[in-house]
Design a protein around this ligand. Structure first.
Ligand code: NAD
Length: 499
Protein backbone atom coordinates (compact mmCIF):
# COMPACT_ATOMS: atom_id res chain seq x y z
CA UNK A 1 0.00 0.00 0.00
CA UNK A 2 1.37 3.42 -1.02
CA UNK A 3 1.77 5.77 1.93
CA UNK A 4 1.63 9.53 1.52
CA UNK A 5 3.87 11.16 4.13
CA UNK A 6 4.86 14.82 4.42
CA UNK A 7 7.31 16.96 2.46
CA UNK A 8 9.44 18.58 5.12
CA UNK A 9 12.80 20.15 4.28
CA UNK A 10 14.34 18.37 1.30
CA UNK A 11 12.20 15.26 1.05
CA UNK A 12 9.43 12.98 2.22
CA UNK A 13 9.33 12.22 5.92
CA UNK A 14 6.96 10.19 8.07
CA UNK A 15 4.89 11.79 10.80
CA UNK A 16 1.79 11.07 12.86
CA UNK A 17 0.35 7.77 13.96
CA UNK A 18 -3.13 8.23 12.53
CA UNK A 19 -3.84 7.61 8.84
CA UNK A 20 -6.70 8.04 6.42
CA UNK A 21 -7.61 6.01 3.33
CA UNK A 22 -7.29 7.52 -0.12
CA UNK A 23 -9.79 6.04 -2.55
CA UNK A 24 -9.82 5.62 -6.30
CA UNK A 25 -13.36 6.97 -6.87
CA UNK A 26 -13.68 5.17 -10.22
CA UNK A 27 -13.23 1.74 -8.63
CA UNK A 28 -14.22 2.45 -5.05
CA UNK A 29 -10.97 0.83 -3.89
CA UNK A 30 -8.55 2.15 -1.30
CA UNK A 31 -5.39 2.90 -3.26
CA UNK A 32 -3.18 4.60 -0.67
CA UNK A 33 -3.17 5.97 2.82
CA UNK A 34 -2.18 9.42 4.03
CA UNK A 35 -0.45 10.08 7.32
CA UNK A 36 -2.22 12.61 9.49
CA UNK A 37 0.51 14.76 10.96
CA UNK A 38 0.75 16.38 14.37
CA UNK A 39 1.77 19.72 15.84
CA UNK A 40 5.29 18.27 16.17
CA UNK A 41 5.46 17.67 12.40
CA UNK A 42 4.31 21.23 11.78
CA UNK A 43 6.92 22.57 14.23
CA UNK A 44 9.64 20.82 12.25
CA UNK A 45 8.42 22.38 9.01
CA UNK A 46 8.11 25.85 10.57
CA UNK A 47 11.64 25.67 11.99
CA UNK A 48 13.02 24.85 8.55
CA UNK A 49 10.91 27.59 6.97
CA UNK A 50 12.23 30.08 9.53
CA UNK A 51 15.78 29.17 8.63
CA UNK A 52 15.21 29.44 4.88
CA UNK A 53 12.87 32.40 4.49
CA UNK A 54 15.15 35.39 5.27
CA UNK A 55 17.68 34.29 2.63
CA UNK A 56 14.90 33.69 0.11
CA UNK A 57 13.39 37.12 0.80
CA UNK A 58 16.84 38.65 0.31
CA UNK A 59 17.26 36.86 -3.03
CA UNK A 60 16.51 39.42 -5.67
CA UNK A 61 13.06 39.10 -7.25
CA UNK A 62 14.47 38.36 -10.69
CA UNK A 63 16.22 35.27 -9.33
CA UNK A 64 13.05 34.19 -7.52
CA UNK A 65 11.22 34.61 -10.81
CA UNK A 66 13.75 32.38 -12.54
CA UNK A 67 12.81 29.58 -10.14
CA UNK A 68 9.20 30.14 -11.19
CA UNK A 69 10.14 29.93 -14.89
CA UNK A 70 11.91 26.64 -14.26
CA UNK A 71 8.96 25.41 -12.17
CA UNK A 72 6.59 26.16 -15.02
CA UNK A 73 8.80 24.15 -17.39
CA UNK A 74 8.94 21.19 -15.01
CA UNK A 75 5.21 21.10 -14.35
CA UNK A 76 4.45 21.38 -18.06
CA UNK A 77 6.82 18.49 -18.77
CA UNK A 78 4.98 16.36 -16.21
CA UNK A 79 1.47 17.46 -17.11
CA UNK A 80 0.26 13.96 -18.03
CA UNK A 81 1.74 12.30 -14.96
CA UNK A 82 0.20 14.94 -12.68
CA UNK A 83 -3.19 14.80 -14.41
CA UNK A 84 -3.32 11.00 -14.10
CA UNK A 85 -2.42 11.09 -10.42
CA UNK A 86 -4.95 13.85 -9.84
CA UNK A 87 -7.86 12.13 -11.53
CA UNK A 88 -7.05 8.79 -9.89
CA UNK A 89 -7.63 10.37 -6.45
CA UNK A 90 -10.25 13.00 -7.29
CA UNK A 91 -12.26 11.22 -9.98
CA UNK A 92 -12.46 14.11 -12.46
CA UNK A 93 -11.82 13.12 -16.08
CA UNK A 94 -8.30 13.48 -17.44
CA UNK A 95 -8.96 16.48 -19.68
CA UNK A 96 -10.46 18.28 -16.69
CA UNK A 97 -7.52 17.25 -14.50
CA UNK A 98 -5.16 18.83 -17.06
CA UNK A 99 -7.27 21.99 -16.82
CA UNK A 100 -6.84 21.90 -13.03
CA UNK A 101 -3.04 21.82 -13.42
CA UNK A 102 -3.09 24.41 -16.21
CA UNK A 103 -5.17 26.95 -14.25
CA UNK A 104 -2.58 26.65 -11.47
CA UNK A 105 0.25 27.05 -13.96
CA UNK A 106 -1.36 30.27 -15.16
CA UNK A 107 -0.69 31.65 -11.66
CA UNK A 108 2.93 30.46 -11.85
CA UNK A 109 3.20 32.41 -15.14
CA UNK A 110 1.88 35.48 -13.34
CA UNK A 111 4.46 34.89 -10.60
CA UNK A 112 7.21 34.92 -13.24
CA UNK A 113 6.49 38.65 -13.55
CA UNK A 114 6.94 39.30 -9.82
CA UNK A 115 9.85 41.77 -10.20
CA UNK A 116 7.52 44.10 -12.05
CA UNK A 117 4.56 43.87 -9.70
CA UNK A 118 6.66 44.23 -6.54
CA UNK A 119 7.92 47.63 -7.61
CA UNK A 120 6.77 50.20 -5.07
CA UNK A 121 5.44 53.72 -5.48
CA UNK A 122 7.49 56.88 -5.19
CA UNK A 123 6.64 60.53 -4.73
CA UNK A 124 9.44 62.98 -5.15
CA UNK A 125 8.96 66.25 -3.32
CA UNK A 126 5.94 65.29 -1.21
CA UNK A 127 6.94 68.21 1.05
CA UNK A 128 9.90 70.55 1.24
CA UNK A 129 12.92 68.27 0.71
CA UNK A 130 10.76 65.26 1.43
CA UNK A 131 10.24 62.13 -0.65
CA UNK A 132 7.83 59.29 0.10
CA UNK A 133 8.17 55.75 -1.17
CA UNK A 134 6.51 52.44 -0.48
CA UNK A 135 7.66 48.87 -0.70
CA UNK A 136 5.99 45.50 -0.34
CA UNK A 137 7.77 43.08 1.98
CA UNK A 138 6.94 39.39 2.45
CA UNK A 139 4.87 38.31 5.45
CA UNK A 140 7.43 35.66 6.42
CA UNK A 141 5.91 32.20 6.74
CA UNK A 142 2.56 31.54 5.13
CA UNK A 143 0.28 28.52 5.15
CA UNK A 144 -2.28 27.31 2.62
CA UNK A 145 -5.11 24.94 3.59
CA UNK A 146 -6.77 23.54 0.49
CA UNK A 147 -9.92 21.59 -0.50
CA UNK A 148 -10.20 18.34 -2.43
CA UNK A 149 -11.78 19.70 -5.57
CA UNK A 150 -8.79 21.47 -7.17
CA UNK A 151 -5.73 19.72 -5.74
CA UNK A 152 -3.35 21.37 -8.25
CA UNK A 153 -4.86 24.76 -9.05
CA UNK A 154 -5.64 25.97 -5.53
CA UNK A 155 -2.26 25.16 -3.93
CA UNK A 156 -0.62 26.93 -6.90
CA UNK A 157 -2.92 29.96 -6.45
CA UNK A 158 -1.43 30.28 -2.99
CA UNK A 159 2.21 29.23 -3.13
CA UNK A 160 2.82 30.60 -6.65
CA UNK A 161 2.29 34.18 -5.57
CA UNK A 162 3.46 33.81 -1.97
CA UNK A 163 6.82 32.22 -2.76
CA UNK A 164 7.52 34.67 -5.57
CA UNK A 165 6.89 37.48 -3.05
CA UNK A 166 9.65 36.06 -0.83
CA UNK A 167 7.68 34.01 1.70
CA UNK A 168 8.14 30.42 2.80
CA UNK A 169 4.95 28.37 2.36
CA UNK A 170 3.50 25.34 4.09
CA UNK A 171 0.61 23.68 2.28
CA UNK A 172 -1.90 21.45 4.07
CA UNK A 173 -3.84 19.67 1.29
CA UNK A 174 -7.14 17.86 1.51
CA UNK A 175 -6.73 14.40 3.04
CA UNK A 176 -8.79 13.02 0.15
CA UNK A 177 -6.29 13.74 -2.66
CA UNK A 178 -2.92 14.85 -1.25
CA UNK A 179 -0.59 13.18 -3.80
CA UNK A 180 -0.54 15.95 -6.41
CA UNK A 181 0.27 18.69 -3.87
CA UNK A 182 3.16 16.50 -2.66
CA UNK A 183 4.50 16.20 -6.22
CA UNK A 184 4.06 19.94 -6.72
CA UNK A 185 6.21 20.51 -3.64
CA UNK A 186 8.93 18.15 -4.87
CA UNK A 187 9.01 19.87 -8.24
CA UNK A 188 9.60 23.23 -6.52
CA UNK A 189 12.75 21.78 -4.95
CA UNK A 190 13.80 20.49 -8.36
CA UNK A 191 13.18 23.95 -9.82
CA UNK A 192 15.74 25.40 -7.43
CA UNK A 193 13.77 26.77 -4.48
CA UNK A 194 15.79 26.27 -1.27
CA UNK A 195 14.68 23.55 1.14
CA UNK A 196 12.06 24.89 3.53
CA UNK A 197 10.53 27.35 1.05
CA UNK A 198 7.71 25.05 -0.03
CA UNK A 199 6.68 22.24 2.30
CA UNK A 200 3.62 20.05 2.50
CA UNK A 201 2.17 18.76 5.76
CA UNK A 202 -0.70 16.31 5.64
CA UNK A 203 -3.42 16.04 8.21
CA UNK A 204 -6.90 16.94 9.31
CA UNK A 205 -8.39 19.30 11.90
CA UNK A 206 -5.52 18.66 14.32
CA UNK A 207 -3.02 19.95 11.75
CA UNK A 208 -5.25 22.87 10.74
CA UNK A 209 -5.55 23.96 14.36
CA UNK A 210 -1.80 23.67 14.84
CA UNK A 211 -1.32 25.97 11.82
CA UNK A 212 -3.87 28.48 13.09
CA UNK A 213 -2.27 28.61 16.53
CA UNK A 214 1.38 28.65 15.45
CA UNK A 215 2.95 31.96 16.48
CA UNK A 216 5.49 31.94 13.64
CA UNK A 217 2.95 31.60 10.81
CA UNK A 218 2.00 35.11 9.72
CA UNK A 219 -0.61 34.50 7.04
CA UNK A 220 -3.12 31.75 6.28
CA UNK A 221 -5.01 31.23 3.07
CA UNK A 222 -7.89 28.75 3.24
CA UNK A 223 -10.27 27.39 0.62
CA UNK A 224 -13.03 24.95 1.54
CA UNK A 225 -16.57 24.89 2.87
CA UNK A 226 -18.06 27.99 4.51
CA UNK A 227 -18.49 26.86 8.10
CA UNK A 228 -14.88 25.74 8.22
CA UNK A 229 -13.75 28.87 6.36
CA UNK A 230 -15.46 31.00 9.00
CA UNK A 231 -13.90 28.97 11.80
CA UNK A 232 -10.43 29.23 10.23
CA UNK A 233 -10.89 32.97 9.74
CA UNK A 234 -11.93 33.60 13.35
CA UNK A 235 -9.30 31.40 14.96
CA UNK A 236 -6.51 32.67 12.71
CA UNK A 237 -7.42 36.33 13.22
CA UNK A 238 -7.68 35.74 16.97
CA UNK A 239 -4.11 34.51 16.88
CA UNK A 240 -3.08 37.75 15.16
CA UNK A 241 -2.64 36.38 11.65
CA UNK A 242 -3.66 37.73 8.31
CA UNK A 243 -6.32 35.33 7.00
CA UNK A 244 -8.24 34.95 3.77
CA UNK A 245 -10.79 32.11 3.84
CA UNK A 246 -12.81 31.23 0.76
CA UNK A 247 -15.97 29.21 1.35
CA UNK A 248 -18.80 27.44 -0.44
CA UNK A 249 -21.06 28.63 -3.20
CA UNK A 250 -24.43 28.38 -4.86
CA UNK A 251 -23.97 30.08 -8.20
CA UNK A 252 -26.98 31.13 -10.25
CA UNK A 253 -27.31 31.36 -14.02
CA UNK A 254 -29.96 33.91 -15.03
CA UNK A 255 -31.55 33.25 -18.43
CA UNK A 256 -33.36 36.20 -20.00
CA UNK A 257 -36.02 35.52 -22.67
CA UNK A 258 -33.74 36.78 -25.47
CA UNK A 259 -30.87 34.38 -24.64
CA UNK A 260 -29.59 31.92 -27.22
CA UNK A 261 -31.18 28.77 -25.79
CA UNK A 262 -28.81 26.34 -27.58
CA UNK A 263 -25.85 28.13 -26.06
CA UNK A 264 -27.47 28.19 -22.63
CA UNK A 265 -28.20 24.46 -22.66
CA UNK A 266 -24.70 23.65 -23.82
CA UNK A 267 -23.08 25.96 -21.26
CA UNK A 268 -25.31 24.77 -18.43
CA UNK A 269 -24.64 21.10 -19.13
CA UNK A 270 -20.91 21.66 -18.68
CA UNK A 271 -21.18 24.14 -15.83
CA UNK A 272 -23.68 22.15 -13.76
CA UNK A 273 -22.40 18.62 -14.36
CA UNK A 274 -18.71 18.98 -15.29
CA UNK A 275 -16.46 17.53 -12.60
CA UNK A 276 -19.66 15.95 -11.20
CA UNK A 277 -20.72 19.39 -9.97
CA UNK A 278 -17.81 19.49 -7.51
CA UNK A 279 -16.66 22.99 -8.40
CA UNK A 280 -17.09 26.10 -6.32
CA UNK A 281 -17.79 27.90 -9.59
CA UNK A 282 -20.26 25.29 -10.88
CA UNK A 283 -23.68 26.57 -11.91
CA UNK A 284 -26.15 24.44 -9.93
CA UNK A 285 -29.06 26.92 -10.08
CA UNK A 286 -30.64 28.23 -13.26
CA UNK A 287 -33.16 31.06 -13.18
CA UNK A 288 -35.18 31.39 -16.37
CA UNK A 289 -37.15 34.63 -16.58
CA UNK A 290 -40.74 34.20 -17.70
CA UNK A 291 -42.83 31.08 -18.10
CA UNK A 292 -41.99 30.45 -21.75
CA UNK A 293 -38.23 30.69 -21.11
CA UNK A 294 -38.60 28.25 -18.22
CA UNK A 295 -40.65 25.73 -20.21
CA UNK A 296 -38.30 25.94 -23.21
CA UNK A 297 -35.27 25.53 -20.98
CA UNK A 298 -36.70 22.53 -19.17
CA UNK A 299 -37.70 20.87 -22.46
CA UNK A 300 -34.24 21.40 -23.90
CA UNK A 301 -32.32 20.42 -20.73
CA UNK A 302 -33.93 16.99 -20.37
CA UNK A 303 -32.54 15.46 -23.61
CA UNK A 304 -29.20 17.24 -23.06
CA UNK A 305 -28.93 15.66 -19.62
CA UNK A 306 -29.95 12.25 -20.86
CA UNK A 307 -27.11 12.41 -23.40
CA UNK A 308 -24.43 13.08 -20.79
CA UNK A 309 -21.85 10.35 -20.62
CA UNK A 310 -20.57 9.32 -17.24
CA UNK A 311 -17.39 7.29 -17.12
CA UNK A 312 -14.25 6.35 -15.25
CA UNK A 313 -11.84 9.23 -15.01
CA UNK A 314 -9.58 7.79 -17.74
CA UNK A 315 -12.41 7.43 -20.28
CA UNK A 316 -11.64 10.09 -22.92
CA UNK A 317 -15.30 10.22 -24.00
CA UNK A 318 -16.76 10.74 -20.53
CA UNK A 319 -18.30 14.12 -19.71
CA UNK A 320 -17.77 13.58 -16.03
CA UNK A 321 -16.52 10.93 -13.61
CA UNK A 322 -17.45 9.74 -10.14
CA UNK A 323 -17.83 11.96 -7.07
CA UNK A 324 -14.95 11.94 -4.63
CA UNK A 325 -16.13 9.46 -1.97
CA UNK A 326 -19.05 7.17 -1.17
CA UNK A 327 -19.76 9.41 1.82
CA UNK A 328 -20.06 12.46 -0.43
CA UNK A 329 -22.37 10.57 -2.78
CA UNK A 330 -24.65 9.76 0.14
CA UNK A 331 -24.65 13.42 1.12
CA UNK A 332 -25.68 14.50 -2.40
CA UNK A 333 -28.37 11.80 -2.51
CA UNK A 334 -29.72 13.05 0.80
CA UNK A 335 -30.01 16.56 -0.63
CA UNK A 336 -31.96 15.17 -3.59
CA UNK A 337 -34.33 13.47 -1.17
CA UNK A 338 -34.67 16.71 0.78
CA UNK A 339 -35.62 18.51 -2.43
CA UNK A 340 -38.29 15.91 -3.15
CA UNK A 341 -39.62 16.15 0.42
CA UNK A 342 -39.75 19.93 0.14
CA UNK A 343 -42.00 19.69 -2.93
CA UNK A 344 -39.63 20.46 -5.82
CA UNK A 345 -40.24 18.48 -9.05
CA UNK A 346 -37.52 15.91 -9.62
CA UNK A 347 -37.59 15.81 -13.42
CA UNK A 348 -34.49 13.63 -13.87
CA UNK A 349 -33.33 11.43 -10.98
CA UNK A 350 -29.65 10.52 -11.07
CA UNK A 351 -29.70 8.38 -7.95
CA UNK A 352 -29.05 4.66 -8.15
CA UNK A 353 -26.80 4.98 -11.19
CA UNK A 354 -24.42 2.06 -11.56
CA UNK A 355 -21.48 1.84 -13.97
CA UNK A 356 -21.17 -1.54 -15.60
CA UNK A 357 -17.87 -3.14 -14.62
CA UNK A 358 -17.34 -0.46 -11.95
CA UNK A 359 -20.23 -1.17 -9.65
CA UNK A 360 -18.23 -0.10 -6.57
CA UNK A 361 -17.24 3.28 -8.05
CA UNK A 362 -18.79 6.44 -6.63
CA UNK A 363 -20.85 7.33 -9.70
CA UNK A 364 -23.98 9.45 -9.82
CA UNK A 365 -26.27 10.18 -12.72
CA UNK A 366 -27.26 13.80 -13.37
CA UNK A 367 -30.38 15.15 -11.64
CA UNK A 368 -32.68 17.99 -12.66
CA UNK A 369 -35.18 19.73 -10.40
CA UNK A 370 -37.86 22.17 -11.53
CA UNK A 371 -40.01 24.52 -9.44
CA UNK A 372 -37.43 24.91 -6.72
CA UNK A 373 -38.30 27.87 -4.48
CA UNK A 374 -36.09 30.15 -2.36
CA UNK A 375 -37.55 28.92 0.93
CA UNK A 376 -36.35 25.35 0.33
CA UNK A 377 -33.34 24.16 2.30
CA UNK A 378 -32.08 22.32 -0.79
CA UNK A 379 -31.90 25.73 -2.51
CA UNK A 380 -30.29 27.55 0.40
CA UNK A 381 -27.45 25.10 0.89
CA UNK A 382 -24.63 23.96 -1.36
CA UNK A 383 -25.18 20.43 -2.73
CA UNK A 384 -21.81 20.06 -4.55
CA UNK A 385 -22.90 17.25 -6.85
CA UNK A 386 -24.35 16.67 -10.34
CA UNK A 387 -27.67 18.34 -9.56
CA UNK A 388 -29.24 21.28 -11.42
CA UNK A 389 -32.13 23.22 -9.89
CA UNK A 390 -34.52 25.40 -11.90
CA UNK A 391 -35.88 28.35 -9.91
CA UNK A 392 -38.47 30.21 -11.98
CA UNK A 393 -38.57 34.02 -11.89
CA UNK A 394 -41.21 36.32 -13.30
CA UNK A 395 -39.08 39.33 -14.06
CA UNK A 396 -35.53 40.60 -14.34
CA UNK A 397 -35.88 42.23 -10.92
CA UNK A 398 -37.03 38.95 -9.32
CA UNK A 399 -34.13 37.14 -10.95
CA UNK A 400 -31.63 39.74 -9.76
CA UNK A 401 -32.84 39.34 -6.17
CA UNK A 402 -32.19 35.59 -6.00
CA UNK A 403 -28.37 35.53 -6.14
CA UNK A 404 -28.22 38.91 -4.39
CA UNK A 405 -30.16 37.65 -1.37
CA UNK A 406 -28.53 34.22 -1.21
CA UNK A 407 -26.14 33.55 1.66
CA UNK A 408 -23.37 32.71 -0.82
CA UNK A 409 -21.98 35.20 -3.31
CA UNK A 410 -19.22 33.44 -5.21
CA UNK A 411 -20.15 33.52 -8.89
CA UNK A 412 -23.17 34.31 -11.05
CA UNK A 413 -23.86 34.33 -14.78
CA UNK A 414 -26.39 36.05 -17.00
CA UNK A 415 -27.35 34.83 -20.46
CA UNK A 416 -28.80 37.48 -22.75
CA UNK A 417 -28.29 39.36 -26.01
CA UNK A 418 -29.27 42.62 -24.32
CA UNK A 419 -26.16 44.62 -23.42
CA UNK A 420 -28.06 47.09 -21.28
CA UNK A 421 -29.65 44.35 -19.15
CA UNK A 422 -26.30 42.59 -18.77
CA UNK A 423 -24.57 45.79 -17.73
CA UNK A 424 -27.31 46.63 -15.24
CA UNK A 425 -27.11 43.11 -13.80
CA UNK A 426 -23.32 43.15 -13.44
CA UNK A 427 -23.54 46.50 -11.72
CA UNK A 428 -26.26 45.64 -9.22
CA UNK A 429 -25.86 41.96 -8.34
CA UNK A 430 -24.48 41.27 -4.84
CA UNK A 431 -21.97 38.62 -5.92
CA UNK A 432 -18.18 38.72 -6.36
CA UNK A 433 -17.61 37.21 -9.83
CA UNK A 434 -19.97 37.77 -12.74
CA UNK A 435 -20.16 36.07 -16.14
CA UNK A 436 -21.97 37.63 -19.08
CA UNK A 437 -22.74 34.75 -21.43
CA UNK A 438 -19.84 33.02 -19.65
CA UNK A 439 -21.06 30.21 -17.38
CA UNK A 440 -17.98 29.78 -15.18
CA UNK A 441 -16.47 33.22 -14.70
CA UNK A 442 -13.27 32.19 -12.91
CA UNK A 443 -11.01 35.21 -13.39
CA UNK A 444 -7.76 34.63 -15.23
CA UNK A 445 -4.56 34.50 -13.18
CA UNK A 446 -3.57 38.15 -13.49
CA UNK A 447 -6.99 39.24 -12.25
CA UNK A 448 -8.16 37.99 -8.84
CA UNK A 449 -10.55 35.32 -7.59
CA UNK A 450 -12.90 36.05 -4.72
CA UNK A 451 -16.53 35.72 -3.77
CA UNK A 452 -18.65 37.79 -1.40
CA UNK A 453 -20.80 37.12 1.67
CA UNK A 454 -20.37 33.58 3.06
CA UNK A 455 -18.21 32.64 0.07
CA UNK A 456 -15.19 34.52 1.40
CA UNK A 457 -14.02 35.81 4.76
CA UNK A 458 -11.20 38.35 4.79
CA UNK A 459 -10.23 41.17 2.54
CA UNK A 460 -8.12 40.05 -0.37
CA UNK A 461 -8.84 37.76 -3.30
CA UNK A 462 -6.60 34.98 -4.58
CA UNK A 463 -3.80 35.55 -7.13
CA UNK A 464 -3.27 38.57 -9.35
CA UNK A 465 -2.55 41.83 -7.53
CA UNK A 466 -4.91 40.84 -4.70
CA UNK A 467 -2.67 37.83 -4.05
CA UNK A 468 0.39 40.06 -3.99
CA UNK A 469 -1.33 42.39 -1.52
CA UNK A 470 -2.34 39.47 0.70
CA UNK A 471 1.12 37.90 0.80
CA UNK A 472 3.03 41.16 1.42
CA UNK A 473 3.07 43.91 3.99
CA UNK A 474 3.10 47.47 2.75
CA UNK A 475 5.81 49.66 4.19
CA UNK A 476 5.89 53.39 3.47
CA UNK A 477 9.00 55.47 4.02
CA UNK A 478 9.02 59.27 4.36
CA UNK A 479 12.54 60.63 4.02
CA UNK A 480 14.38 63.92 4.08
CA UNK A 481 18.06 64.68 3.96
CA UNK A 482 18.49 68.07 5.66
CA UNK A 483 21.49 70.06 4.46
CA UNK A 484 21.53 72.30 7.51
CA UNK A 485 19.95 75.26 5.69
CA UNK A 486 16.93 75.23 7.97
CA UNK A 487 14.42 74.05 5.37
CA UNK A 488 11.88 71.86 7.12
CA UNK A 489 12.85 72.89 10.65
CA UNK A 490 9.30 73.95 11.60
CA UNK A 491 7.90 73.52 15.08
CA UNK A 492 8.35 69.80 15.81
CA UNK A 493 5.40 69.81 18.19
CA UNK A 494 2.85 70.44 15.43
CA UNK A 495 1.72 67.54 13.26
CA UNK A 496 3.60 67.88 9.95
CA UNK A 497 1.28 69.00 7.15
CA UNK A 498 3.62 69.19 4.15
CA UNK A 499 2.02 72.59 3.64
P1 NAD B 1 -13.67 21.13 3.47
O1 NAD B 1 -14.11 22.38 4.11
O2 NAD B 1 -14.22 19.84 3.96
O3 NAD B 1 -12.08 20.99 3.61
C1 NAD B 1 -11.21 22.03 3.27
C2 NAD B 1 -9.96 21.92 4.15
O4 NAD B 1 -10.33 22.08 5.51
C3 NAD B 1 -9.25 20.59 4.03
O5 NAD B 1 -7.86 20.80 3.96
C4 NAD B 1 -9.64 19.87 5.31
O6 NAD B 1 -8.64 19.00 5.78
C5 NAD B 1 -9.86 21.00 6.28
N1 NAD B 1 -10.86 20.68 7.30
C6 NAD B 1 -11.93 19.84 7.17
N2 NAD B 1 -12.64 19.81 8.31
C7 NAD B 1 -12.03 20.65 9.17
C8 NAD B 1 -12.33 21.06 10.50
N3 NAD B 1 -13.38 20.60 11.18
N4 NAD B 1 -11.50 21.95 11.09
C9 NAD B 1 -10.45 22.44 10.43
N5 NAD B 1 -10.12 22.09 9.16
C10 NAD B 1 -10.91 21.21 8.52
O7 NAD B 1 -13.91 21.31 1.91
P2 NAD B 1 -13.82 20.22 0.76
O8 NAD B 1 -14.96 19.27 0.87
O9 NAD B 1 -12.44 19.67 0.68
O10 NAD B 1 -14.02 21.15 -0.52
C11 NAD B 1 -15.28 21.49 -1.03
C12 NAD B 1 -15.72 22.84 -0.51
O11 NAD B 1 -14.77 23.85 -0.86
C13 NAD B 1 -17.02 23.30 -1.14
O12 NAD B 1 -17.80 23.94 -0.15
C14 NAD B 1 -16.58 24.29 -2.20
O13 NAD B 1 -17.55 25.23 -2.58
C15 NAD B 1 -15.44 24.92 -1.51
N6 NAD B 1 -14.54 25.57 -2.45
C16 NAD B 1 -14.52 26.93 -2.47
C17 NAD B 1 -13.70 27.58 -3.37
C18 NAD B 1 -13.63 29.08 -3.39
O14 NAD B 1 -12.66 29.61 -3.90
N7 NAD B 1 -14.60 29.79 -2.85
C19 NAD B 1 -12.90 26.85 -4.26
C20 NAD B 1 -12.96 25.46 -4.18
C21 NAD B 1 -13.77 24.83 -3.27
Amino acid sequence: MRIVEHLIGGGRVAGGTRTKDIFNPSTGEVQASVQLGTKGDLDRAVDLAKGAQPGWAATNPQKRARVMFEYKRLVEARMDELAELLSSEHGKVLADARGDVQRGLDVIEFACGIPHVLKGEYTQGAGPGIDVYSMRQPLGIGAGITPFNFPAMIPMWMFGVSIACGNAMIIKPSERDPSVPMRLGELMLEAGAPEGILQVVNGDKEMVDAILDHPDIAGVSFVGSSDIAHYVYRRGVDAGKRVQAMGGAKNHGIVLPDADMDQVVNDLSGAAFGSAGERCMALPVVVPVGRKTADDLRDAMIPAIEKLRIGVSTDPDADYGPVVTAEHRTRVENWIQTGVNEGADLVVDGRGFSMQGHESGFFMGPSLFDNVTPDMQSYKEEIFGPVLQIVRAESFEDALKLPSQHQYGNGVAIFTRNGHAAREFAQRVDVGMVGINVPIPVPIAYHSFGGWKRSAFGDHGQHGMEGVRFWTKLKTVTQRWPDGSGVGDENAFVIPTMG
